[in-house]
Ligand binder design. Structure first.
Ligand SMILES: Cc1cc2nc3c(=O)[nH]c(=O)nc-3n(C[C@H](O)[C@H](O)[C@H](O)COP(=O)(O)OP(=O)(O)OC[C@H]3O[C@@H](n4cnc5c(N)ncnc54)[C@H](O)[C@@H]3O)c2cc1C
Length: 528
């Protein structure tokens, strides 16, 4: 792969040239066993093995560097891990469970992950949203079917989503990179921006039916923003467009399967994740030519110490974290007894009732309060993946948004919300594991105060994430590659992908030349 094609990457504004064409990546991917010349001479390390850390490590390894990955926890994957959190034989996703952005990620799609054990499972419908009348709005994956099922709002829904669904392969790379990049498809992105900058409340004015408004509220609530804030509508649109374009699949066996596939692929380059290896100070990594950190600004400040300039430190200190989550994992005796049985067609179920109720819940969390009736996101993976639980038994996870660092026990409000739409749910519970924000953070240091998105995704922090430098820091050989960088939270690896490409470009990686037998050439990276 030719380094000059990698991108300039000096700043976000030039990020449109970031990255190699994804198809080129795939070609390189097929040549993983070739040993590259300058791999012998230059070393990089990645701190943290979440999806973004692994993506960054793969990009660096593909470019020929020797890469070590240091992971604090005993298992790789960060918030994309699967564990027996309740009873033996019940596999729970510690963090991410449903992966529209993983399946639709331009970078992950360029890797041979299916050959390394990844299999996506699609529930018949991506999403169900039950209501108090005992029915549920189902978001169908097929856009035509969705338009039909949304009745009077079908056309308005189609007009909003169709241009981006039809052009997902152009849209996804645009939307999953720094917003300050010059778009390659300006008309498409201008059309997106026209709606995306609006609040969810403004967008739903085009729907006649309360059911459609409620559905969109649940989608937009993935933003962790108040539904009255600008860009909250963008999240609703993105989640819906992804549902129609790629679905909302779950990996067979849990999100750990995605992590394991990434680790296996990384190992074909001779790189390994060193688990139970928390990096307390970057001073111990001074022998590496490049360091990429899959950590959030607060951690970077702690481990980088004197390597950062005072002004950059001040910028990082100003970074704001978003609301946290209060999460519960369940081992269940049977499937959830939904009043609206069609909820069993979807892996993801949004529990919160009407647009106004969900808006009130999200506004509370955003403003440091706890909603009495919180919006709950629930995933029931074992209905579609029998590997998650013993025969006839089931698993589920549910969480609600709470103020960052909240210590309030939200178990009763969460279970009351589930009971509202599935009476008898509590009787199905064999065991549960509750995660407060602090407990989540204790198992993944990036989940600061329970924030699962790596920092608030409001307009300002979408543009300057985590600072105007994006992935770069004030130290030339040090980069940040977590979801605290563009494009932000979610399992897509695109933060790591772009960060690594920026690092490589600034480091002026040379052309990869396979080592010829008897002619060992060691090509050198030069700094510029
Ligand atoms: C409860 C929950 C539910 C979620 N649901 C979804 C979902 O359904 N779909 C979706 O797409 N996304 C979901 N997410 C979000 C998604 O998981 C994250 O956005 C994603 O994992 C971010 O990846 P990352 O690599 O930036 O960070 P992380 O996945 O958090 O990984 C960071 C890694 O760095 C390690 N680390 C930190 N500091 C150090 C150090 N000093 N030394 C060594 N290692 C260190 C951590 O241990 C961790 O392994 C969810 C997250 C949570 C917590």
């Amino acid at each position: 792969m030719e380094a000059s094609k990698l991108s300039s990457g000096r700043s976000c504004s030039r990020g449109n040239s970031l990255g190699v064409a994804y198809s080129q990546m795939s070609r390189t991917a097929g040549r993983a066993n070739v040993s590259w010349g300058f791999a012998l001479s230059r070393k990089a390390c990645v701190v943290g093995s979440g999806p973004n850390g692994l993506a960054a490590a793969i990009v660096l390894a593909q470019a020929g560097l020797q890469v070590d990955v240091f992971e604090a926890e005993p298992t790789a994957g960060g918030a994309a891990r699967t564990m027996e959190l309740t009873l033996p034989g019940f596999l729970h996703d510690f963090g991410s469970a449903v992966h529209p952005m993983g399946a639709g990620s331009p970078f992950f799609s360029s890797l041979p992950l299916e050959d390394r054990g990844l299999a996506w499972i699609h529930s018949p419908a991506p999403l169900a949203h039950p209501l108090d009348d005992g029915t549920a709005v189902l978001l169908e994956r097929d856009l035509g079917a969705a338009k039909t099922s949304l009745g009077a709002d079908g056309n308005a829904w189609g007009q909003l989503m169709q241009p981006f669904v039809e052009r997902w392969s152009e849209f996804a790379p645009e939307v999953l990179r720094p917003v300050r990049s010059i778009p390659k498809h300006p008309w498409l992105m201008a059309r997106f921006a026209m709606n995306a900058l609006l609040s969810a409340r403004t967008i739903v004015r085009r729907f006649q039916n309360e059911r459609t408004r409620a559905l969109f509220a649940g989608l937009a609530a993935h933003s962790f923003l108040s539904l009255d804030e600008p860009v909250s509508g963008a999240f609703g649109m993105l989640m819906a467009v992804a549902a129609h374009a790629v679905g909302w699949p779950i990996p067979r066996g849990g999100s750990q399967s995605l992590t394991n596939a990434l680790c296996r692929y990384l190992s074909t380059f001779g790189s390994k994740v060193k688990t139970s290896s928390r990096v307390e100070s970057l001073a111990s990594l001074s022998h590496y030519d490049l360091i990429l950190c899959d950590v959030t600004p607060r951690q970077l400040l702690r481990i980088a110490g004197q390597r950062l300039s005072d002004s950059y430190k001040r910028q990082l200190e100003r970074f704001r974290y978003g609301p946290g989550v209060f999460k519960v994992d369940y081992a269940l005796a049977g499937p959830i007894p939904w009043k609206a049985s069609e909820c069993l067609r979807a892996a993801t179920v949004h529990l919160g009732g009407s647009f106004e109720e969900i808006a009130a819940s999200e506004q509370a969390a955003r403003n440091g309060r706890h909603a009495d009736s919180p919006f709950v996101l629930l995933v029931q993976p074992s209905v579609f993946d029998s590997s998650r639980a013993p025969a006839t038994k089931h698993t589920a996870w549910a969480y609600c948004h709470v103020p960052n660092g909240s210590k309030v026990d939200m178990l009763k409000p969460v279970e009351d919300q589930i009971e509202r739409f599935a009476p008898g749910f509590r009787e199905c519970i064999l065991a549960r594991r509750v995660f407060s924000p602090a407990e989540l953070e204790s198992m993944d240091a990036n989940l600061v105060g329970g924030d699962i998105g790596g920092g608030a995704m409001d307009l300002c922090q979408i543009v300057f994430r985590p600072t105007w430098r994006c992935y770069a820091t004030s130290a030339r050989d040090l980069y940040i590659c977590s979801s605290s960088t563009p494009p932000g939270g979610g399992v897509h690896g695109m933060c790591g992908y772009h960060a690594a490409n920026m690092a490589l470009a600034r480091f002026q990686a040379p052309v990869n030349v396979p080592v010829q037998k008897g002619n060992k050439r060691s090509l050198h990276l030069t700094r510029h």
